[in-house]
Structure formats: C-alpha cells, structure tokens
Design a protein around this ligand. Structure first.
Ligand code: 3HC
Ligand code: NAI
Length: 694
C-alpha cells in the first residue's frame, strides 16, 4: 500500500483513508492506493464491506490539477472507478468537508454514499474550463435527473449534505465522526444484505427525456456562458447520458473532456485558480508574522465606497462604525446601505434575518472619539490629499495603539498619507472596487513603512471579507488603475481615428470584457475623470496627443447614465448611439488633422489591450506587482477581464510575447512614445520566454 491511502479495520468494515493533505487530491499515489486498498479489502476475510473516507479536513477535492498537461501516469482515475464498481463487497463513501470533481466521481461509483451534515458535494470542473471526466456527467443525471445535473455541472456550485440527501446524491446523512458514520452505515448495509447498488445501471431518470429540455437549457445559459467553451460541452455530455447507453456515454464524455483539456481556456482557468491562491503568499514576510485580530472596524465617509466597505465588514459579522462630517451625509449613506440590503432580500440573494443581523452591526457617528477603539479604520473620504492628511492626523491622535489605519485612495501617495501620522508602520492602502459590497478584488497597497504585521493583517482581511487580496506597491494608480490609463487613452484615440463608441465597446465585449470602456465610463460617471484631468492638465506635455472628446461631452453636461447621456444617450439603462457624439468625434478628429479610416475589431482589441500588457511589464519590473499572475488576478477580479483568457499577462503569453512585442513595435512607429516597448517585455520576448517567475 502507498502511504497516500491507509488501510485499517473497524469491526467487519475495511476503512481506506485517503492521506494526501491538504485536500486529498487524486494524485497518482492516491489512485494506486485506492486500487491496492480495494484489492486488499476484497481478500481480507475479516472485511465484509469497505468505506472510503478522507483523512484530515476533507473528503477528496478532485483530480490533482497540478498533473494536468503532464504525461498521464497509470492507473488513471477511470480504472479506480471500475475497480470500485467491480468490488464484490459493498463500498461506501463517507463524506465530510467537500467531495468535489473527481472526488464526487469516486463517491458516485461507490455503492452508497454517507455524509455528515456539514459536508458539501459538487462537480466544479467547469470553473477550471473542463467537465467532469470520470463519469460524473453520466452518473449524476442517473441519480438526480438531467435538469438538476445540468444545473450542478454547468454552475460548478456545490450543494450541502441536506440537499444532496433530498435530491438523491447521497443516501444517508448523520452527525458524528465521519469514519464512524460511514462504518455504521456500511455495517447496516451488510446486516440488511442489501444488493449492491450501481449508479451506472440506473436508467429510469435518463430514459424518455424530452430533447427540448437541453435546447431550453442552452438558451437559458447564453448570457452567463458567453465566450466560455466548457459549459456548452457539459450540456452535450449530460445530453449524451440521456441518449446513449452508459458505456457509450462515457466514451462521449471522454471525447468532450479531451476537447476541453486541449482548449486554451483550460490552461487560462487553471492559471486563474492557482494564481488566486498564489496572490496570498507574500515573499519576504517573516514566517512567524501574525495578522492582527480584526474584531471591530470603522469607516470614514459614507459615500459610494464607504457604504459598500462598511457592508463588507457587517456581512463578515464585524461591527463597524461609520464616521461622517454631517448628519445629513450620514443619514443618506446609511439609507443607501439599507436600500442595498433590501434589494438583495427582494432579489432573493439574501435572507431578511441576514439583513437584520448586518444592519445591527452598522452604526453611524460624527465624533472621532467614538471610533478610537476599532481594530482597523478604513478611510474613504474625498480623493484630495489635503483632506486625507487632515483625517489621518486626527486618526493618529485618537486611534488605539496598533490599530490599522487604512486608506481606500485610488491614486494618492500612501507614503505621503502615512507621513501625516507618527505611526506610518500601521498605515496601508486597502483599495476596494466599486460596488465595494460586490466586487471581489481587494488591492492592498504597501507603503515604504508599512510593517509586515500590517501587511499580513490586510491580506488576511481579504479572506475574512471573502475577497481576493493582491498586494501592490505604491505608485500612481497602483496596479489596476495605472494599467487602465493606457487602455482608456487608446479607446478614445480610436474614436478619432474612425471607430464609434459602440464599435469599440462591442469589440471588447466580444473579447470577453463584462463591459466596454464607453459603456463603463458612462456608468461610472464621466465627471469624475474630467475633474481629475482638469486638475492635472498643467502637467500634460504640449506635444502629447490628447483626445478632448470626453471633456467636450462633460462641457455639455453629459456625465453618463446619471444625466441620461454621455458617450451614448440613455433610455433607462439602454445605451443608444447618439449623432451628437459622432459630431463631436468628427470635429475633434478634424481639428487634429486625423484622417479617419475603417478600423478592424482586431486592431481595437490590440490597441486597447496591449497597453495593459506593456504597462504590466513595467509594473512587474518595478516590483509594484510581486508576480505577473498578481496582475492577472487584479484584472480578473477588479476589472471584469474574462477568466477564460487568464488575465492580461497570461493572455499575452498565450499569444506569444514575441508576437505581442512585434505589434507594439508597429504601434510605436505609427503612434509614438506612449507605445515604447517595456524593457522587460523586450527581454522576455527576445529570450523566447514568458514573464519571469517568482
Ligand atoms: N489539485 C491540486 N491541488 C489542489 C487541488 C486540486 N484539485 N485543490 C486544492 N489544491 C491545493 C491548492 O492549490 C492549495 O495549495 P497551496 O496551499 O500550495 O496554495 C491547497 O490545495 C489548499 O487549497 P485552498 O487554499 O483552496 O484551500 P481551501 O480550504 O480554501 O479550499 C477546496 C479547499 C474547496 C477543495 C478548494 O481548494 C477547491 O475548490 N479546489 C478545487 C476543487 C476542484 O476544482 N476539483 C475538481 C478538480 S478537476 C477534476 O476532478 C477532474 C475530474 O473530473 C476528472
Ligand atoms: P464619495 O464622494 O461618494 O464619498 C465621500 C464621502 O466622504 C462623502 O459622503 C463625504 O461627506 C465624506 N467625507 C468627506 N470628508 C470627510 C471627512 N473629513 N470625514 C468624514 N467623511 C468625510 O466618494 P467615493 O466615491 O466613495 O470615494 C471615496 C474614496 O474612495 C476616494 O478616495 C476615492 O478615490 C476612492 N475610491 C473610489 C472608487 C469609486 O469607484 N467611486 C473606487 C475605489 C476607490
């Protein structure tokens, strides 16, 4: 037996304990161990049944994703499942933690499944750009019917034990030690002499299924699965379960699985999976550094961001006080929070009790003395250095020693803000994204004096608030917004060169962005950028090309959706192309002597996306981002970059850095200095490599 699966006897039941921490992934040793363990149990005269259980915190969390893309090593997972199904002695899966992907597929090939009440089961493969490849798409519909199987397999979301029992994924749920639960159930099966139940032989739920069900399901997922490859293959596979005998269905599943494995989307989505986990690892932090406990919080400012940030704390069960300058602003802010919660309850995404619980944790004040004992304070007042400094001076005076003093600034210098206090080691940026109660990214920004403990605390805060935290260095715009500048610049230039706002938006939405730059700007409000540009106008070199289209729209009072017009005019939320905008664009092009031309969608994507890559390379070389995958995570979770492309830096690697560089060099020739290739891009491309690792 391998060390990866341990063999023991509990009464007349053989127990195979998977021992592959942390999540018992089905690596080669586990697969081998399961086959050997089964063989041993079947020759062990003392064993009348077999239980498969996960050691440690969970059942099996699936195939070992790190093996993907490497040469396969025998035995494969399907041989394990065949061996389980062929066992003459009953095999029971005893589930705690999560039975996911290949883990659930192992359980589905067992004769019965027992679980503890806290367990969850699911087939999340779709989130990795693949589909369940070890019979999951054929066995699950046989247990729960095609509709439920389609929902579980195309969403990838797990269900809890209680629900799993209701729908028939598991046969038995009981409280207690999971091995004991499994052993007791197995002993009962033996005592009752139950005939072995094989899911693969159950056909009643998959015969006579109306084919219209699949067409309707495909139609229903058009919006959510747009651009993705694997969800559609998932539906094909479940359909095969309803039209083909089991063995042929398995073959079809394998073909579809292999199509997914070979798709660039698989590589991108798995990159995203590991990058998300990698982002939490901060090189250079002493191993023994402990995050500070966050049991209470304060937020300064109850505006757009402050309100959302406070909701995050309350949702995580942390009491939070919001400080505002006036009762009026406070009441307005608290009112918006309440309205947001009420909308969630109305939509059914939140229970009334959860709303009540959260609201009880949020209180308002105008007095600094009231917030002094909070473990962390997040400042979200106006984006003006003078105001921020004044506020931090006050915080320095009243916050208890050791409290984390965080700022939500989107552009300002963290070190300058920290210098307003006598405790710069406790000051750090926590950059939330709008709407802060929804967006998953937390871009933490370390100042030069931020202590390891402060850094560890805000990285942990990301987890507490159920966000994905990335650590950035301090510079104008940090990682995300600094890269965005070039993207927006080129989108605006393209208008003058011949594209329309809708062409640019459509091309980038077809690329996979949630929203194109002009629809997004209209939603965010054009006045915000206008104010910033006016403030920085004196810094702009006179010989630099500048598109004044957005400024001219603002001069006409067109601030976007909130004024009913911006780059588009609006009927409700519908963006409608507006001839007035076209006139402004044409006039702007004429004033600069730009000869308008037809622009391809491919050029739009390259012109808008390659600045992300080029600036990303600068950011990486300057150490503003720890690793290229942190840049990807920033864009995936903060900017709606399509996960099936893995993030801008990974996407560029998939194209080939040499090809990206060649195009950037062409743009440099035509459009000048802004397109100067980043030295790291040149070095990596010319060496025939990807981005430097670690
Ligand atoms: N393979 C390899 N490594 C895995 C893994 C897997 N399936 N699942 C998790 N890990 C690793 C993580 O990368 C992480 O490694 P690190 O410590 O070096 O960073 C470590 O295990 C712990 O993972 P988390 O930090 O995510 O731990 P959590 O407790 O927060 O979450 C979990 C546990 C819910 C199991 C989560 O890790 C998860 O969702 N894992 C992926 C599950 C999955 O997608 N399974 C399907 C795999 S594909 C498959 O089975 C194909 C089959 O159909 C043929
Ligand atoms: P906002 O204008 O909606 O809200 C700011 C609030 O701060 C107002 O309610 C104001 O009354 C209050 N305020 C002003 N001075 C104060 C003081 N001295 N003490 C207490 N409260 C005070 O602004 P918004 O959009 O919420 O932005 C806040 C911060 O978040 C800014 O630094 C901004 O750059 C940053 N940010 C904004 C994002 C956005 O999309 N709006 C995204 C990420 C960061």
């Amino acid at each position: 037996m391998t060390e990866a699966v341990l063999y023991s006897l509990s009464g007349n039941v053989a127990v195979l304990t998977v021992n592959n921490p942390p999540v018992n992934a089905l690596g080669q040793a586990v697969r081998q161990g399961l086959i050997e363990g089964l063989a041993r149990a079947n020759t062990d005269a003392a064993a009348q049944a077999v239980v498969i259980v996960g050691g440690g915190r969970t059942f099996i969390a699936g195939a070992d994703i790190r093996e993907f893309g490497k040469p396969p090593q025998a035995p494969d997972l399907n041989s394990v499942l065949t061996a389980i199904e062929a066992s003459p002695k009953p095999v029971v899966a005893a589930i705690h933690g999560t039975a996911l992907g290949g883990g659930l597929e192992v359980a589905l090939s067992c004769h019965w499944r027992a679980a503890v009440p806290t367990a969850q089961v699911g087939l999340p493969e779709v989130k990795l750009g693949i589909l369940p490849g070890a019979g999951g798409t054929q066995r699950l519909p046989r247990l729960v019917g095609p509709q439920m199987a389609l929902e579980m397999i195309t969403s990838g979301n797990p269900i809890a034990a209680k629900k799993a029992l209701e729908v028939g994924v598991v046969d038995h749920v009981a409280d207690g030690d999971v091995t004991a639960v499994g052993v007791a159930f197995a002993a009962q099966v033996v005592a009752e002499k139950r005939p072995l139940a094989l899911v693969s032989q159950r056909n009643e739920k998959v015969t006579g299924v109306d084919p219209a069900l699949f067409e309707a399901f495909r139609k229903g997922m058009e919006k959510k699965a747009k651009g993705f490859f694997s969800p559609w293959r998932c539906v094909d596979a479940v359909e095969a379960a309803c039209t083909l005998p089991f063995a042929e269905g398995l073959k079809r599943e394998r073909e579809l699985f292999m199509q997914c494995m070979e798709s660039p989307q698989r590589a991108a989505q798995i990159h995203a999976f590991f990058s998300e986990r990698e982002a939490g690892k901060i090189p250079g932090l002493p191993a023994d550094v402990q995050p500070k406990a966050i049991k209470s919080a304060a937020v300064l400012g109850a505006g757009t961001m402050g309100g959302g940030i406070a909701m995050n704390f309350a949702n995580a069960g942390i009491p939070v006080k919001i400080l505002e300058v006036s009762q009026e602003a406070l009441s307005r802010g608290l009112g918006v929070i309440e309205k947001n919660y009420a909308t969630s309850v109305q939509r059914g995404s939140m229970k009334q009790e959860a709303m009540d619980r959260a609201l009880k944790l949020i209180s308002g004040t105008q007095r600094y003395e009231d917030i002094g004992d909070a473990d962390i304070v997040v400042e979200a007042v106006f984006e003006e250095m003078g105001v921020k400094k004044e506020v931090f001076k006050k915080l320095d005076a009243i916050m208890k020693p050791g409290a984390v003093l965080a700022t939500n600034t989107s552009t300002l210098d963290i070190d300058e803000i920290a210098a307003a206090t006598k405790r710069p080691q406790d000051v750090i940026g926590t950059h939330f994204f709008s709407p802060a109660n929804v967006m998953k990214l937390l871009e933490n920004v370390r100042g030069k004096a931020s202590s390891p403990e402060t850094i560890a605390t805000v990285m942990q805060l990301g987890k507490t608030l159920r966000k994905v935290a990335v650590l950035a260095g301090n510079c104008d715009g940090f990682i995300g917004n600094r890269m965005l500048a070039g993207y927006l610049r080129e989108a605006n230039f393209l208008l003058e060169e011949g594209a329309s706002p809708q062409q640019v938006d459509n091309a980038l939405e077809a690329f996979g962005l949630a929203m194109g730059p002009f629809r997004m700007s209209d939603l965010a409000g054009l006045d915000v950028g206008w104010r910033i540009r006016k403030g920085k106008a004196h810094l702009r070199p006179q010989d630099e090309r500048y598109s004044a289209v957005a400024d001219q729209l603002c001069e006409q009072g067109r601030f976007g959706q909130k004024t009913g017009a911006g780059f588009y005019k609006y009927e409700g939320r519908n963006a409608i192309p507006d001839p007035v905008v076209e006139e402004i664009i044409l006039a702007s092009a004429k004033a600069q002597g730009i000869q308008r031309r037809a622009i391809s969608d491919e050029e739009i994507v390259q012109r808008c996306m390659y600045p992300l890559v080029n600036e990303g390379a600068l950011i990486l070389e300057e150490g503003i981002a720890i690793r290229s995958s942190d840049i990807d995570i920033t864009y995936l979770f903060g900017y709606g970059f399509p996960v099936y492309r893995g993030g801008p830096m990974f996407w560029a690697e998939q194209i080939g850095l040499d090809k990206v560089l060649a195009t950037i060099r062409e743009f440099h020739k035509v459009h000048g200095k802004a397109w100067t290739p980043a030295p790291l891009l040149v070095r990596s491309a010319e060496a025939g490599k990807g981005w430097p690792k670690g």
